[in-house]
Design a protein around this ligand. Structure first.
Ligand code: HEC
Length: 150
């Protein structure tokens, strides 16, 4: 128990450590730095989910990180305001702005996959959570393929 919590804390702290590095401007909200920091946190949550599934661990605690991913998915479309197409070291592709409906759909897909994982984790259904984890990873990859530069 203690081991799992401290392991998770390390992942979250490691992700948080990215924020000051990415925050190029100190004079206000920088949507590029914010979304990159949030995607990094997302990455930490997803890595934690994958590691528990791989180790055949208790899936119940995965409800929380899955919920966090779902909450983030719901606001992804608001994190690409006009004016944030360029700047910093953004990898966002112009297709986000030329095809906003497609981008929104990709974000919805992530939200649906994460919500399903949260529900199955809460129920303690390890087999379903394993399948959900695969679907979640595919939702990340599908959006990156179309909307994020390599
Ligand atoms: C709806 C589209 C979309 C989905 C879904 C998505 N991403 Fe991303 N992701 C992006 C875009 C766009 C960027 C580039 C942001 C930028 O550089 O401005 C990005 C960047 C990242 C980064 C780099 C952050 C940084 O520090 O520069 C990581 C890591 C990442 N995503 C992980 C994930 C993971 C893990 C998932 C699934 C749990 C996921 N993403 C789902 C669009 C998406």
């Amino acid at each position: 128990m203690t081991k799992r919590i401290s392991c998770r804390a390390v992942i979250v702290l490691a992700a948080l450590a990215v924020v000051p590095l990415a925050a190029a401007r100190a004079d206000g909200l920088d949507p590029i730095a914010v979304r990159q920091a949030a995607f990094s946190l997302n990455n930490g949550d997803f890595a934690y989910i994958r590691s528990v599934v791989k180790a055949n661990g208790d899936v119940k605690p995965l409800e929380q990180p899955a919920k966090a991913i779902a909450l983030w998915a719901a606001v992804i479309p608001t994190m690409v305001p006009k004016g944030s197409e360029h700047g910093g070291n953004t990898k966002a592709l112009p297709e986000i702005w030329s095809d906003p409906a497609g981008f929104q759909k990709a974000a919805l897909r992530l939200g649906d996959a994460a919500t399903k994982l949260a529900t199955d984790a809460k129920a303690g259904d390890a087999a379903a959570v394993a399948a959900d984890t695969k679907a979640l990873g595919e939702a990340c990859g599908a959006c990156h393929k179309s909307y994020r530069a390599k």
